[in-house]
Write a protein of this length. Structure first.
Length: 358
């Protein structure tokens, strides 16, 4: 039986983070299942291109060109699958393709506390057949913002890779320290300034504590992080570093970490959080972390109110019985192996594709 052809659209792949891996894993799963997959974008980093198997990709250069490509060629595909705002807005009405929008998060201006533009809400309701989200938190957020009940499809986590026992490379030079780590984009939604403020209080309780902040520099926010470090006199105790390289580098960082923290606002952090848990690292997330319900329901870590005192209390609990909580995290993380797989993610997509084309 001939499988539907799928066009995946994303504004850009300027780095290779969790959302980009999502596209790669989906495209590879579908091509393995004999779907014809094409990707339209403006530009893509080499790591993204190298990770694709058989999907074709066209880099259009500019967003205007990308919109033109989408509308000229949309009719040639059975299913359109835009990822990330504003790609869901690229298709001119009344052309109504079988459109499945992967809403990893709402538009940036909504994240900043503004109401959704009514025209945009109406456009989405007219043109989108299904919305996919990555968590129960996003299910509620999609319903509130767009008035649409989406399909929840949890992205995969490479449990076997991050759980693997490997020789640790002492790249942090913090072997005799209590290491607290946060990995992720340096943006206000990742809340690294808040993390630094927490660490300043922890340092008074745990003199040997060190803080590691790593990730892509997404703009001027990293300047605020460094300014806060200087203000609190923590220059010798906080390591701020940009993108560290490939997956083996991330795995090595996790294995040099005692506590992983993600006191994020309403956006992101999914991949690194579950990677750290897979590596057996006791992990603390805010209750605004998109997958906090999975963490709580399956006892994978600590879900804390976005409060310094609550997070400090959790860190001290882990510090006072570190071996116990590392062992417990390893034990509980098996749930990830069995449930958060890219195979499950791809098969759920196939089910939704079948629904919209039939």
């Amino acid at each position: 039986m001939l499988k539907p052809s799928v066009l995946i659209v994303n504004p850009h792949f300027q780095l290779y983070g969790g959302a980009e891996r999502q596209v790669v894993e989906l495209a590879n799963h579908l091509t393995d299942r004999n779907y014809k997959v094409t990707i339209f974008t403006t530009t893509a980093v080499p790591e993204f291109k190298q990770s694709l198997k058989e999907a074709r990709m066209f880099e259009c250069g500019t967003e205007q060109n990308l919109m033109t490509y989408c509308n000229v060629f949309a009719h040639k595909f059975d299913v359109i699958n835009p990822h990330n705002h504003p790609s869901e807005l690229y298709f001119s009405y009344p052309n109504k393709p079988n459109l499945i929008w992967q809403m990893n998060e709402p538009p940036g201006y909504v994240l900043e506390g503004n109401d959704l533009n009514p025209a945009e809400r109406n456009y989405v309701s007219r043109t989108v057949k299904k919305i996919m989200v990555i968590s129960d938190y996003d299910f509620a957020r999609c319903r509130k913002v767009y008035g649409i009940d989406p399909v929840v499809n949890y992205p995969g986590v490479r449990y076997d890779f991050f759980n693997k026992n490997v020789k640790i490379k002492n790249t942090l030079n913090m072997k005799n320290n209590f290491v607290i780590t946060q990995l992720g984009f340096f943006t206000w939604t990742k809340n690294q300034v808040f993390t630094v403020e927490i660490f300043a209080k922890i340092k008074k309780k745990i003199p040997e504590a060190k803080l590691v902040l790593m990730g892509y520099d997404a703009g001027d926010y990293i300047k605020k992080v460094n300014a806060k470090i200087e203000e609190l006199g923590l220059e010798d105790d906080v390591l701020v570093r940009g993108y560290v390289g490939g997956d083996e580098d991330f795995r090595n960082i996790y294995n040099q970490t005692d506590v992983f923290v993600n006191p994020v606002l309403d956006q992101g952090g999914y991949a690194t959080t579950f990677e750290a848990i897979s590596a057996g690292i006791p992990t603390i997330v805010s209750d605004r972390f998109v997958a906090s319900k999975l963490i709580c329901d399956n006892e994978l870590g600590w879900v804390s109110p976005l409060s310094k005192s609550h997070i400090i209390e959790a860190i001290m609990q882990i510090y006072n019985d570190l071996d116990k909580y590392k062992s417990l995290t390893k034990e509980k993380a098996i749930w990830i192996k069995d449930n958060l797989t890219w195979k499950n993610f791809g098969e759920k997509y196939e089910q939704v594709i079948a629904e919209v084309v039939n």
